[in-house]
Ligand binder design. Sequence first.
Ligand code: WTA
Length: 632
Amino acid sequence: MIKRITSYDEYKYNYKKSIAEPDSFWGEVAEGFHWKEKWKQVHSGNFDAVNFKWFEGAKLNLSENCLDVHLKSNADKVAIIWEPNNPDEENRTLTYRQLHREVCKFSNVLKQLGIKKGDTVCIYMPMIPELAIVMLACARIGAIHSIVFGGFSAHSLSGRINDACCKLLITADGFYRGEKPVYLKNISDEALKNCDSIKNVIVFRRAMIDIDVVAGRDLFWDQLMLNASDEFTAESMDSEDPLLILYTSGSTGKPKGVEHTTAGYMVYAGFTFLNVFQYREHDVFWCTADIGWITGHSYVVYGPLLNGATTLMFEGIPSYPDWSRWWNIIDKYGVNIFYTAPTAIRSFEAQGSQHLNDAKLNTLRVLGSVGEPINEEAWKWYNEMIGKNNCPIVDTWWQTETGGILITSLAGITPTKPSFATLPFFGVEPVIVDNNGVILNDILAEGNLCIKHSWPGQARTIFKDHDLFLKTYFSNYRGLYFTGDGCRRNENGFYRITGRIDDVIKVSGHRIGTAEVENAINEHKDVVESAVVAIPHYIKGEAIIAFVICTKKINDEEKLGKEIIQIVSEIIGPIAKPEKVFVVSGLPKTRSGKIMRRILRKIAEGNPEQVGDLSTLLNPEVVEEIKAVFAN
Ligand code: WTA
């Protein structure tokens, strides 16, 4: 049994213990999982040497912990409920026994195709149970999965495949998002023109749309599974064997392959799931995130299955066939715990309340929020309209790199406060640091959020680039993990995350790097240079605004804007599209050539009077020009 905290006093006691004696605390938590061999040391390493490890010396298998351990007493319990995009199509459920069987079969398929422990496998799939089956089969044989969100373009897909040297791609013919088809196989074919490492492609027929088949390379899921054995002994993995790579955006350069390892990730995902949401044995849990993001990895698949929970997977979108869809799903399956993003909440709020007319929502007990700061108004709407003032809201702050939730309340146990993530989870020691690297010890503080000590779910490296890992997260403030977020602490010691302080943008909760968008824009033949900033957007949280310098005088700026938006969609994916594009003759730069995005942001937000001191600029005159462009 995974350790469960059930009162505020227990939280306080255990939190203290987790900081004072982390090894003893985490050792006790880890006892709740299944190990083939126990660890020799709970934790080693530090943030100076960036060599932290957890549960070293142990042997385990994550898929065994998600499946086999539940077979004795819970084999017929539903593991996955799947709700299709189209409500008229039949839903599916898989019990733990059925899921185990499918995972064993697919593990044999992977083995037969020559996939071995340590190989990397790329997954580019819709939200269907087969996606979870592939993840668990990879974990079962010891292959490292790299999931690429189905909304990314061919270019993004090939970049990720090449970086991780994936041998195998698993995809589907396509799927529908509402009424819109997404042609995953066509996009994959396009991507694979530039990928030499891929030997085979496995295609799951989901949408029954026409696809091209490359003989010798492309194989079909149903044919491969037909004769596969349903027995497969899980591989014995070392604690620190890589489990997964997930690409995420940073301030600079290309997306980075964040690497999580087996034991620490497992313990952290399983333990946070149980305690943050206060999951109970017969709950139906629904996390609306796509599995292509870390939230989907940890809280659609691994966290719930480690706890033997019933997890709901939804293929569609909130507005199809209409805005009452999500509430219908909650009532249809009796969802007890519901976890979503502020952007979704604000989109519903903007629709009025008609979509809630037929909704009962009386099975809900806990609500969660993730991915971006939740504003007070959205928090209140969520609390009143969905929670009926009767469900604690956990505002969970975390990141791809953290593996699981780091700052949050525990549902119904620790206090909540609108727009505050509140208190640190066990073992997590947040510190607020000023720009000079001084830790602010006063209770009231505002600055850069760092974390002082390692926790088991922490990413261990960036795939094949440990120096970049070190530089990105551990070089800004010595001996501390730098999160990239700004943060405020109030008189109760509650943390309020104020948003990114680096050049990362959160559009509808999706994490996008300004440099990536700029590189894509610069591919346009008429563009010399560009700068991208985020401005507040009521529904999306943030929206992308692009400034471009062109090679020639542009007569039709609207047309250029459309072309640029198109290029960004093609190179990255539609989620990274700029909201607006402005043509300018120069960009404000420091004498060392750095673009002053702060100035652009102030102008784009409509606060040109707040641009501040321009004396350090190489070209202060462009600021007036840009202001004039906006004034029009
Ligand atoms: C932001 C998503 C405020 C934050 C799990 C972080 C949040 C980034 C919250 C990581 C929250 C996530 N309140 N901001 N509850 N949760 N963020 O890697 O800026 O996609 O650094 O992981 O999302 O985004 P990522």
